[in-house]
Design a protein around this ligand. Sequence first.
Ligand SMILES: [Mn+2]
Length: 340
Amino acid sequence: MSKQLFFNQFREILSQYKRVVIVSHVNPDGDAIGSSLALYYFLLKFGIDAKVIIPNDFPSFLAWMPGVENILIFDKNAEKGVELLNSADLICYLDFNHPSRTGLVHNDLCHCKNTPRVLIDHHRDADYSQFIAYLSEVETSSTSELVAELIQHFGFDKYLDDNIATCLLVGIMTDTGSFAHSIYHPDTFEICGKLISPTVDYQLIHSKIYSTFSENRLRLLGFCISNRMTILDGYNTAYIYLSKSDLEEFNYQVGDTEGVVNFPLMIDNIRMSVLITERQGVIRFSFRSKGDFSVHELAKEHFNGGGHTNAAGGTLECGMEQAIKAFLDVMPQYKEELNK
Ligand SMILES: [Mn+2]
């Protein structure tokens, strides 16, 4: 579906549906929250009763964002969440494209499978058959940039306000690592230029996102790099692992490992970086790469995950030792590609 067609369909959607639930993915990041809240504020302007549901809590560095108090966190209030889903006449998927990415919400999403769905997302391998309309652009920085384009189509002069602009900037800023990666065309900068204004201060937003570490979080980062980073000679790869007890030692809070995986890529010859963390009963993998090495393919093939060419995630249900072994075992398959 072309952008133009989506925008046209969205105009009809705005007049047709009255109770819209926006759902985003588990472990929501800046783009998930930013795009969801921006769309939420936009829908309110059309008299639509909009709600945002996320499967679990967002990291504390996003707690200052406008509108977060209106988000329903499903694992804290499932009863209300189910009620909202069941009474919705439209469900929007934002920043993910497969229902399995919605954690605890997944089952209840399946229960209301007859409710029409809309997709706005920039991840790969979407199954479009389940959506009445979709905007799915892999070569776009973020879902927030897509929502910005949608609102721009209807007219920034009419619909853009400080809350929407702030949410969209947070999403684009965080998904591009402060405009360091995942930028495929100049539109990203152009649209951000339009979001910034005398009352929407880019530097202030940046510092609210990036300069809010707790002492523990910064010490955990130092520990990761000094004590837990291994460079795989001959693979241009580095990995960091964090056990449950490591996380406990630094009084881990949601979001504390955000961005840790990017640091090894600062080393000149490192092309892939991996963060392996132990969470409730599962091992989570976070993959990053530089250049054209696709961590999406690797995550999809071996770690029940996927994502983007340069950023992907996955999980294994096993212990830490087994997880590291599983990772080291697949590395030889990629040796040649990593040395290109
Ligand atoms: Mn995103």
